[in-house]
Ligand binder design. Structure first.
Ligand SMILES: NC(=O)c1ccc[n+]([C@@H]2O[C@H](COP(=O)([O-])OP(=O)(O)OC[C@H]3O[C@@H](n4cnc5c(N)ncnc54)[C@H](OP(=O)(O)O)[C@@H]3O)[C@@H](O)[C@H]2O)c1
Length: 339
């Protein structure tokens, strides 16, 4: 166990792309723990588009990360020292680790979830298909999208962590799954490996024609991850009384214009139900969702892929992969090996 804790502390707020200069990379002594606390070593960090939101001071669903604070981030870690009955030494935990080697878990606001022993999947999967991004897909699609057998379910950012799970759950529920993704390789991946029925390559010049061809019966559920002109185009394909779980609008996060002008008239004319959500809205049902996702993974019905970057020091550059589209599936940073 190292006696130093490397940390990324937010130095300034990005106005466009994230740069390493937006952080101070510092080394601190390991934190001391009190009664009811545990020292957790970070093993894997989850990199998420919301990291970019938390760095900004836009109106958001949690307080932004303060200047000088450790960058907020989800992760999986291992308890290395404990003064709490909740956290046995050696246990694997998940929660907010922050972009650092070690964090302190407590039994209150900084509580972490203790994962069961003998997990049948590798730890990064617990951040992806069986973790927060899988749960985002699960609850957003099933609770808000209300897909019925035979419906057409469309999802944007379809080769990513959330989108890849949305399309596969749609197939499990007997729907036609259509994904929008950037580039031929990602489109081939979602159709040939994940079982989507059709893919639309939004980087191709004829993507609007591809969208029409891929949705001959219109769209009943649009799981929206991107916003902007992609959302606007999809809305013109949506059916009467269709549903649109609004999960994310990644195309606006780096531009400083998250509102993104669009023609919203289809919402009125086609009576579309649009509902924004944050996965934590479904926290009380997380155990149920995780069990179901894990079962589908075990049965081979839900395939998953992770893009793993090695080294905590790479976090600020690696997070840009989400905006460049160079990740496939869940993007994680490996920080340390499990003891
Ligand atoms: N509401 C919630 O609780 C919640 C929870 C998790 C995630 N989300 C949201 O869900 C969305 C996906 O997140 P994720 O974690 O699964 O990330 P991800 O899909 O694994 O990665 C982001 C993907 O977005 C695509 N993308 C980036 N910029 C784009 C642009 N300008 N236009 C079109 N596509 C673009 C890229 O794929 P291509 O190569 O295809 O461009 C990239 O791979 C994000 O909007 C995120 O904010 C919401």
């Amino acid at each position: 166990m190292s006696d130093k804790n490397r940390q990324f502390r937010l130095k300034s707020r990005p106005t466009g792309r994230i740069e390493t200069g937006h952080f101070d990379f510092v080394e601190e002594a390991l934190p001391e723990i009190s009664d009811g606390e545990a020292l957790v070593r970070t093993l894997y960090l989850s990199l998420d588009p919301t990291n970019r939101i938390w760095m900004s001071d836009m109106d958001q669903y949690m307080p932004p990360v303060g200047i000088g604070e450790v960058m907020r981030g989800g992760g999986i870690g291992q308890v290395v020292k404990s003064k709490s009955g909740r956290y046995p030494e050696g246990a694997i935990v998940s929660g907010i680790t922050g972009w650092q080697d070690y964090c302190v878990a407590d039994e209150g606001e900084r509580a972490m979830s203790v994962l069961p022993d003998g997990l049948p999947v590798d730890l990064p999967v617990m951040l992806g298909a069986c973790g927060m991004t899988g749960l985002t897909a699960y609850f957003g699609l099933l609770e808000l999208g209300q897909p019925q057998p035979g419906n057409t379910v469309l999802v944007s950012a379809a080769a990513g962590a959330v989108g890849s799970v949305v399309g596969q759950i749609a197939k499990i529920k007997g729907c036609r799954a259509v994904g929008i993704a950037g580039g031929k390789e990602k489109c081939a991946h979602i159709v040939e490996e994940l079982g989507f029925d059709a893919a639309v390559d939004y980087k191709a010049a004829d993507w609007r024609d591809q969208l029409v061809a891929a949705t001959p019966d219109g769209v009943d559920v649009n799981f929206e991850n991107v916003g902007g002109e992609i959302m606007e185009a999809v809305m013109t394909r949506m059916n009467l009384f269709s549903r649109m779980p609004l999960c994310g609008m990644i195309s606006g996060y780096n531009t400083g214009d998250p509102a993104m002008r669009a023609d919203y008239s289809p919402i009125l004319m086609r009576r579309i139900t649009v509902r924004g959500f944050i996965v934590i809205d479904f926290m009380e049902k997380f155990a149920e969702g995780t069990m179901q996702l894990a079962q589908w993974v075990a049965e081979g019905k839900l395939k998953h892929r992770e893009t793993i970057v090695d080294g905590l020091e790479k976090a600020p550059t690696a997070v840009n992969m989400l905006f460049d589209g160079t990740n496939v599936g869940k993007l994680v940073v490996k920080v340390a090996d499990k003891a």
